[in-house]
Design a protein around this ligand. Structure first.
Ligand SMILES: Nc1ncnc2c1ncn2[C@@H]1O[C@H](COP(=O)(O)OP(=O)(O)O)[C@@H](O)[C@H]1O
Ligand SMILES: [Mg+2]
Length: 221
């Protein structure tokens, strides 16, 4: 009897109940696909790339079976971010840019933020950082990127800041600490990422990210 009562009290005050009221309806596959096609009509999906592309779509649609094709070799989890690495020119950046634009369209029309994430390349982030050091009028702050979702393109392509500081390593560390989802596309494999930014990042990659290796022929040829 006592335990039943305390259960009722617990469930009526648990934070879960509060979050439920904030949950937005999931974006449907149909809406996503329609907007994706409008956004990227030339983007070809063929047998060689379809399993990876559909797994990434399913991840953003928050479908629990998103790893049905088994393209994620570490533990697949919708609560983690995505790290897509592999061959140059296979379409990593193109795909994420198109999803970014779909997310932007959805948020502007419906306020639903499920697919919304800001996007920046690591090289551009470094140049904004340098600019902010020279120009007091700049409003760039690395800390502004510590929160919320973020898509980082071309991880590892950037230089060290002033040849000494790994700004992007710091960013990844701070974001992991705060448990925000990061999406990364890169030509560097996880060992190269670990070698560059250090084991404090390298060891955490599997818990931060669903890791996908994307190999194939370059569209640039
Ligand atoms: N699925 C695709 N269908 C047609 N063209 C593509 C596709 N994926 C990529 N491309 C084209 O190939 C080029 C390289 O793609 P990109 O996304 O930059 O590759 P990555 O980021 O993997 O190096 C781009 O010009 C892009 O438009
Ligand atoms: Mg790219």
């Amino acid at each position: 009897m006592i335990s039943t009562n305390s259960n009722i009290v617990l469930s009526s005050t648990s934070p879960k109940v509060e979050t439920v009221s904030n949950v937005q309806p999931l974006i449907s596959k149909q809406l996503f696909w329609k907007l994706f096609r409008l956004q990227a009509p030339q983007f070809i999906i063929k047998p060689e790339n379809k399993e990876i592309i559909f797994s990434i779509f399913r991840y953003f649609l928050q479908l629990p079976n998103f790893n049905e094709y088994g393209v994620i070799k570490n533990k697949a989890d919708l609560e983690k971010g995505l790290l897509v690495y592999g061959d140059y020119g296979v379409g990593k950046s193109t795909l994420f840019s198109a999803i970014h634009e779909v997310g932007r369209t959805i948020v502007s029309k419906t306020q639903n933020t499920q697919l919304w994430f800001p996007r920046i390349s690591t090289v551009h982030m470094l140049s904004q950082y340098y600019e902010s050091q020279k120009n007091l009028g700049s409003n760039f702050k690395l800390e502004n990127y510590y929160q919320g979702k973020l898509y980082l393109d071309d991880l590892g392509k950037e230089d060290k800041a002033y040849n000494r500081e790994e700004l992007i390593g710091k960013l990844l560390f701070e974001r992991h600490h705060r448990k925000f989802k990061t999406f990364v596309t890169t030509n560097e494999n996880p060992s190269a990422i670990a070698a560059r930014y250090g084991t404090h990042i390298g060891d955490r990659l599997p818990e931060m990210f669903n890791i996908i290796k994307w190999e194939g022929k370059s569209w640039r040829e």
